[in-house]
Design a protein around this ligand. Structure first.
Ligand SMILES: Cc1ncc(COP(=O)(O)O)c(C=O)c1O
Length: 346
């Protein structure tokens, strides 16, 4: 029996064309992926809107899914539009108003040599309700990050902008380590000793009203949230640039924040510098950004983002894919459980 107590999930998930009960599992312990991390995944969110749940930037996520698969020459057994439709369908099937959606392609059972020549490619799409990744508190008050001496892999080693399961071992280890040491999240360097990103989040800094973020040449996964926020900032009239971020730029920024599908827009208010491996934790220096509270521009963008994903900003409606064809269908399928579907809102 699975222990679902910490992760109850949802009612159902989709696997290779079939709907399975959440507590059933369809993968053998000798599947290739369980040994070598040979998977490709996406992380997507659907939010409650006045027209029922809507998926944020679905097309861009599925485009990246295919791009990541191409990086390991994995053949995707379903076309783009069917995978997009499956994402919509699993949210409907689970009758969720909001959801985190996880498509996952992986090499299954076939052979256990390193080259998965006899392993079928499986596709699973699951979804469940998932609150703020770093906690509700983090969105309001910001997070304390640990700048670590570890360097995220370099683009000369492997494409840094793809979501391959095995690549996340580095993120798993250092996100866990930062939390064990009492911080909310880790920040990686790149090989050139500049700032890379968080284990599952990009970083944007603000200095003198200008927003700066780095790109894949700096060992980051170029996130869809990051790109959306930079577009929104430009549309609001802020100066924006894609450029390397030095450690000094980060530690002396007026404001800084994480972006990511899971983390959304999370202000960074404190940074502890643990780069010097000869120092003890007591000797690490902590830097406060601004007055130690989430910055003004950070909050403006965070609020706008939350409004956009909830379908409140017509200008950005094209970023949303509605899960139901009509608001009426949403209402009847969700048994009127949608707060945002009050008649005056529709
Ligand atoms: C390593 C890493 N960086 C950044 C991000 C943010 O990307 P996105 O905004 O597309 O979710 C993610 C999450 O997918 C990630 O895993």
């Amino acid at each position: 029996m699975l222990d679902l107590s910490n992760f109850p999930g949802a009612k159902y998930y989709w696997h290779n064309g079939k709907i399975l009960d959440w507590d059933s599992y369809a993968i053998h312990a000798m599947a290739h992926v369980a040994h070598y991390g040979s998977s490709v995944f996406e992380g997507i969110r659907a939010y409650e809107t006045p027209r029922g749940p809507a998926i944020f930037r679905l097309k861009e996520h599925i485009d990246r899914f295919f791009y990541s698969a191409s990086a390991i020459n994995m053949e995707v057994p379903y076309p783009h539009d069917e995978i997009s439709e499956t994402c919509r369908m699993v949210v409907r099937k689970n009758q969720l108003n909001s959801a985190y959606i996880r498509p996952n392609l992986f090499y299954g059972y076939g052979n256990l040599g390193l080259t998965p020549h006899a392993c079928p490619v499986n596709l699973t799409v699951g979804c469940w309700e998932w609150g703020a990744y770093l906690g509700e508190e983090s969105l309001r008050n910001g997070v304390h990050t640990l700048l670590m001496p570890w360097k995220r892999f370099h683009p000369s080693q492997i494409n840094a902008s793809v979501k391959l399961g095995g690549l996340y071992v580095q993120s798993n280890i250092f996100a866990t380590e930062a939390r064990r040491l009492g911080y909310n999240e880790a920040v990686f360097l790149n090989i050139e000793d500049r700032i890379s990103e968080g284990p599952g989040e990009n970083i944007i800094i603000v200095k003198n009203g200008k927003l700066t973020t780095n790109d894949k040449a700096e060992s980051v996964l170029e996130g869809i949230t990051r790109t959306s926020i930079m577009t929104m900032a430009k549309n609001l009239g802020y100066e924006t640039e894609i450029a390397p971020i030095s450690v000094e730029d980060f530690l002396t920024a007026d404001e800084a924040f994480f972006t990511g599908t899971a983390a959304e827009v999370t202000p960074i208010t404190k940074i502890t510098d643990s780069r010097d491996r000869n120092q003890t934790q007591e000797e690490w220096k902590t830097y406060q950004l601004g007055d130690g509270k989430p910055g003004k521009i950070t909050l403006e963008l965070a609020h706008l983002y939350q409004d956009i994903v909830r379908g409140k900003v017509a200008e950005y409606d094209h970023w949303l894919t509605y899960v139901y064809d009509t608001p009426e269908e949403a209402k009847s399928n969700l048994n009127g459980r949608v707060k945002a579907l009050d008649p005056e809102n529709v």
